[in-house]
Design a protein around this ligand. Sequence first.
Ligand code: ARG
Length: 261
Amino acid sequence: MKRFFNLGLCALSAALLLTACGKQEPKTAAAPEQTVYLVGAEATFAPFEYQNEQKEIVGFDVDVMNAIADKGGFKIKFVNTPFEGIFNFLAQGDRDLLASAITITDERKQTVDFSEPYFEANQLIVVPKDSKVTKFADLKNMKVGVQSATTGDDIVQKELGKSNPNIKRLESATLVMKELEGGGVEAVVSDNGVIKNYIKNNPSEGFRFISDPAFPKEYYGIAVKKGNAELLAKVNKGLAAIKADGSYDKIYAKYFADTSK
Ligand code: ARG
């Protein structure tokens, strides 16, 4: 009997406790919530940003951004974002940051603000091994593939003419390389890190790359909405910290140890 009574009391107090807890919830749920900044990246650009088998966005830019966020004391989440028009996502407030192997250019600086540079790059030409191409000027009358709205697209448009139908502009570097594999284009112009990574991982395709001294040096930067000085300062502070304490070098070595710049 006593036992039952105890049990009953327990159940009763548990019920009371639950109700009490339930009632108090609004007061106690005050743990400060940290803003999670959304980072846009077009994730078919290995090794900078790409999706692993679990569809998570991974790569050099993700590691760099996570390290920066750690140092800067903020939280981030990568969101796959198309490259063409990527800067509009900042303007509209749909992304807070862009880390997508984005080359800092004067034109882009008109619409967004960039962090300090975090990576040096340049364009490369990829051709089948038996191609006669030895320099950029040789592409003049050839079918050339580029990822739309990239610096590779710019450079090719300048050489071949803006509305030249020989330029095939596709929405991702992956599609551009597929086009070269299928013979739809005779050459591709894209970022060195991506080209070298592709050639290393697809030796059976029989491609080689050509570096032309006419291609300028490019520097990647992390972009914020124009005027977002507060977030930009956090990013630059984090970037300086990871450069100073060796964590940037570790990330660099993880991805580029075996490829010369
Ligand atoms: N660096 C080049 C540019 O800024 C290509 C960037 C493409 N990035 C990407 N994740 N698809 O135009």
